[in-house]
Design a protein around this ligand. Structure first.
Ligand SMILES: [Zn+2]
Length: 247
């Protein structure tokens, strides 16, 4: 993914005029339990809901050891916007890079989880975030899409204004626990365009229930699908210690 964003090395300098504050130990996830990894990926099966009209997940078994074949092979049929997934710049712009051509840096590294209070159907604005943004990767837990097995169209989404303000803070990845960063009925996808058009990576369909606010290491690599406008990801958050750098 092309990006004109500041490098991590000059991140602080570029954001001195924003409300980014120095990290304290309170910015990190509580270290009081022993859960080292949060899997923030919903299970992929025929039960998971996809965007209405999109292709749900099915498995076609071609060969099967249970039928006496020497091995089992199967085919996955599904939209690439399946479960936890990354949107590529060519999702909204035909001339932009596909997911297989995106730089992986945004999908790997220190990441902040913020919980917001989001009414159903709300578009989050810059002042919706009550916790200061301190990292270049940000996952927003809205709680507005509680069950991946039931598609509720009134999920919360992001405003272009919020994405713009995060861009000025040096944010290079935004993730959300709903099927889209835009509201269900927003056909022009302004939040997608505000992010992807400026080199900000998008993760959607995350499961952030039970993940406390704080700092983690994100690992959510898309597949190297050339030409595709999205890819499923296996997204996890690893607990970090306050000694780790922000890069
Ligand atoms: Zn999307």
């Amino acid at each position: 993914m092309t990006s004109a964003l500041p490098s991590a090395d000059i991140y602080y300098e570029c954001n001195l005029t924003t409300d980014i504050k120095p990290l304290t130990t309170n910015d990190y996830a509580p270290m009081t339990d022993d859960k080292p990894i949060y899997d923030i990926t919903p299970p992929i099966s025929s039960d998971i809901k996809v965007w209405p009209g999109d292709t749900p997940s099915t498995r076609e078994v071609l060969r099967d050891v249970q039928r006496g074949d020497a091995s089992t092979t199967s085919v996955l049929h599904a939209t690439v916007h399946l479960g936890a997934h990354a949107d590529a710049p060519n999702h909204c712009d035909a001339d932009a890079p596909s997911i297989g051509e995106c730089d992986l840096d945004a999908y790997l590294g220190p990441c902040q989880v913020i919980h917001v209070h989001a009414d159903r159907g709300a578009r989050l604005l810059p002042d919706s975030l009550k916790t200061p943004v301190v990292a270049q990767r940000l996952l927003i837990a809205t709680g507005a899409y509680p069950n991946p097995l039931e598609f509720n169209r009134d999920f919360a989404a992001l405003s272009p204004e919020l994405i713009e303000s995060l861009r000025h803070r040096g944010v290079k990845l935004i993730g959300i626990d709903t099927p889209s960063v835009d509201p269900f009925e927003a056909e022009d996808l302004p939040a997608h365009r505000a992010a992807l058009g400026h080199g900000i990576a998008i993760l959607e369909g995350l499961v952030l229930d039970g993940v406390p606010e704080g700092m983690y290491e994100l690992i959510a690599l898309p597949l190297k699908l050339i030409g595709f406008e999205a890819s499923p990801v296996r997204a996890i958050l690893k607990r970090t210690s306050p000694q780790n750098s922000l890069r």
